[in-house]
Design a protein around this ligand. Structure first.
Ligand code: NAD
Length: 383
């Protein structure tokens, strides 16, 4: 048994995603399981090198998890002798410059979405990484969640026949911050700080639709700022300058229509915080983060519209659960493991910075569609 240590510069680990999903639930979880087996008796041992703006927070975080490497200097972190990968979970506007620095330092790149604030910048980063010959990846966690993996299983098995439409419902009430503290950071509601529903969620919808249903060919979006004033982490009232809801219609290859509502000003009357219903000629399914239910055409009831009568069918009870049939790990960790194998063994990896740029493209076109009130074609991207 040999052990290979790989240093990962992790930026933004004091934040929600960087700490919980990437550091604790992915990298430290890989260490807790004894490392990542690479085959031929070799095990990969990820060594986080924490970088951030606040020394006290980093020191505390490192001590809490028995980590030894941390610094407030990105250059110093990248120059660490163990550093091979740079990971970014900072606020979105801080990402581009840090990725450029890391690529220039010859590091492999793994980053949260959106990979940049504009398509031009996202494509430029993808080109720079390609030209530098470094491995690169963008987080597309939803693809690795149990509910969507089971949905993909149904698609791959031909369950739906011809897919007709997708309707997605995402969102929950994010408190305004006055009488109850908001459960998301305030920058998400300020356009000037990289906030907004479209920039946040359209990158997700792009890879979910492209990767599970069919490539996105056009977008029409209507956006709103339903809650115009919020209270921040310091109790200060601020103006919400970003969209907090987006109502999108996407045309997919093959004439499939997808419609996804995304809102932080909606109360949940669903089983999960996001759900996608897919209807096909042979059957339908509803997938959330964890569960996926289906109804075959042979089990489809025949409701008759009659408002004079009470509902005749227990509609929601008529669906069956797709069994797990396998063990699902944390989605972020599953994708990290694939990326780490890609970097160390050269195994195939699809979710790169070009794929990340497609998410930024859909967000940019979605915002333009909302501004101009028209449907936008989504052209193919290449480097
Ligand atoms: N994949 C997902 O499901 C998912 C979910 C939420 C957020 N995200 C992405 O992750 C990134 C971080 O989001 P989050 O919710 O963890 O945010 P957060 O506010 O909790 O954390 C932001 C991190 O960036 C750091 N930072 C660097 N420069 C900063 C600056 N100028 N101002 C404020 N903070 C700064 C903070 O110290 C902190 O470590 C965003 O790009 C967001 O789009 C992804």
């Amino acid at each position: 048994m040999s052990r290979r240590v790989i240093g990962i510069v992790m930026n933004g680990v004091t934040g929600r995603m960087g700490y919980r999903q990437h550091l604790v639930r992915s990298i430290l979880a890989i260490r807790d399981q004894g490392g990542l087996p690479l085959g031929d008796g070799e095990t990969l041992w990820p060594e986080p090198i924490l970088v951030g703006r606040n020394a006290a927070k980093l020191e505390d975080l490192a001590a809490r998890h028995g980590l030894t490497h941390w610094t407030t200097s990105l250059d110093e972190a990248l120059a660490h002798p163990l550093a091979e990968i740079y990971f970014d979970a900072q606020v979105t506007p801080a990402r581009e410059a840090a990725l450029r620095t890391a690529i220039a330092a010859g590091k492999h790149i793994y980053t949260e979405k959106p990979t940049a604030e504009s398509l031009e910048a996202a494509l430029d980063l993808a080109r720079l990484a390609r030209d530098a010959g470094v491995c690169n990846g963008a987080v597309q966690d939803k693809l690795f969640l149990p509910g969507l993996r089971k949905l993909k299983r149904l698609v791959d098995g031909g369950f739906f026949g011809r897919i007709l439409s997708v309707r997605g419902e995402f969102g929950y009430w994010v408190f305004e911050g006055d009488w109850q503290q908001a459960q998301r950071p305030s920058w998400n509601y300020r356009a000037e700080d990289g906030g907004g529903m479209v920039l946040d969620m359209f990158p997700h919808w792009r890879y979910v639709l492209d990767g599970i249903i069919a490539p996105v060919r056009s977008v029409y979006a209507h956006t709103a700022t339903h809650v115009p004033e919020r209270t921040d982490e310091h109790g200060q009232v601020y103006r919400a300058t970003a969209d907090d809801a987006a109502y999108g219609v996407f045309e997919l290859e093959g004439g499939i229509t997808a419609q996804i509502n995304s809102s932080w000003a909606v109360r949940v009357d669903r089983d999960e915080l996001v759900e996608f219903q897919v209807d096909g000629t042979e059957g339908s399914a509803v997938a959330g983060l964890r569960e996926c239910r289906f109804q075959h055409r042979a089990a489809t009831p025949k409701p008759v519209w009659n408002p004079d009568l009470p509902v005749t069918e227990p509609f929601r009870a008529q669906w069956q659960r797709v069994p797990d049939n396998e063990e699902f790990d944390n989605g972020f960790k599953a994708q990290w493991e694939l990326f780490l194998r890609h970097v160390t063994t050269g195994s195939a990896y699809h979710w790169d910075l070009l794929e990340g740029a497609k998410g930024v493209q859909l967000a940019e076109l979605g915002l333009r569609s909302a501004r101009e009130g028209r449907r936008m074609d989504v052209p193919e991207l290449s480097l």
